[in-house]
Write a protein that binds this ligand. Structure first.
Ligand SMILES: O=P(O)(O)OP(=O)(O)OP(=O)(O)OC[C@H]1O[C@@H](n2cnc3c(O)ncnc32)[C@H](O)[C@@H]1O
Ligand SMILES: [Mg+2]
Length: 198
């Protein structure tokens, strides 16, 4: 019987990443996409940590078991850190990835490549009933490309250029992305501290 981990997310792109990242541990990943009756959790926190904790703690309380959540986003230096925790809805409430990408590119119009530094941030919160919530963070340094490129991944991947690989995140295979991404880095921290939460 495979062990099951519940991730308090409705983002199909994240679920795919986590399924691949948990596969070596032999874990089955479930998400809120498997529980459509659960309403969206309002992310009114002021940080990635606060939002990740809110999602994990709400579902851990509802399910009476240990639950993970991921709050993540794109931080662009030339935009004073925007979109940051507002990444999902940067271009509006319907969380349209293409519109989000177009808005970031429009705001960076005319900004030279060397000033387009950015990073992806991922905070995984692990919540269990009657236990202190644990946090695992990962980052991926890169630049915002001049134009979108690549079909893989999701969200801001098409405009996030990874200099060490000379590709956008969306041009990477899932395996390549899971070696360098912010989510993979956060998972490395989480896996290194399994005794904390297993
Ligand atoms: O809250 P949940 O249900 O997990 O789903 P969400 O999509 O709302 O997720 P967040 O609130 O964490 O917002 C994450 C935003 O950052 C983007 N993002 C997160 N990880 C990414 C990745 O690996 N590649 C590209 N974009 C990513 C994603 O597209 C969203 O716009
Ligand atoms: Mg969200």
């Amino acid at each position: 019987m495979k062990r099951e981990v519940v991730i308090a997310t409705k983002n199909a792109g994240k679920v795919k990443d986590f399924q691949q990242l948990f596969a070596p541990l032999g874990w089955e990943v479930r998400s809120l996409l498997d529980f459509p009756e659960i309403p969206e959790i309002i992310e009114d926190g002021h940080s990635f940590r606060e939002n990740a904790a809110k999602k994990a703690e709400a579902i851990a309380a509802a399910f009476g078991k240990t639950v993970l959540a991921d709050d993540s986003g794109l931080v662009v230096d030339a935009l004073d850190g925007r979109p940051g925790i507002y990444s999902a809805r940067y271009a509006g409430p319907d969380k349209d990835d293409q519109a989000n990408n177009e808005k970031v590119l429009a705001e960076l119009q005319g900004v030279p490549q060397e000033e387009r530094t950015a990073r992806f941030v991922c905070v995984i919160a692990v919540a269990s009933p009657n236990k202190v919530t644990r946090y695992y963070e990962g980052f991926c340094e890169g630049e915002i490309a001049l134009r979108p490129s690549g079909e893989n991944g999701f969200g801001y991947d098409p405009i996030f250029y990874v200099p060490e690989l000379k590709k956008t995140m969306a041009e990477l295979s899932p395996q390549e992305k899971n070696r360098v991404s912010h989510r993979a880095e956060a998972m490395k921290q989480l896996t290194a501290n399994r005794s904390d939460w297993e």
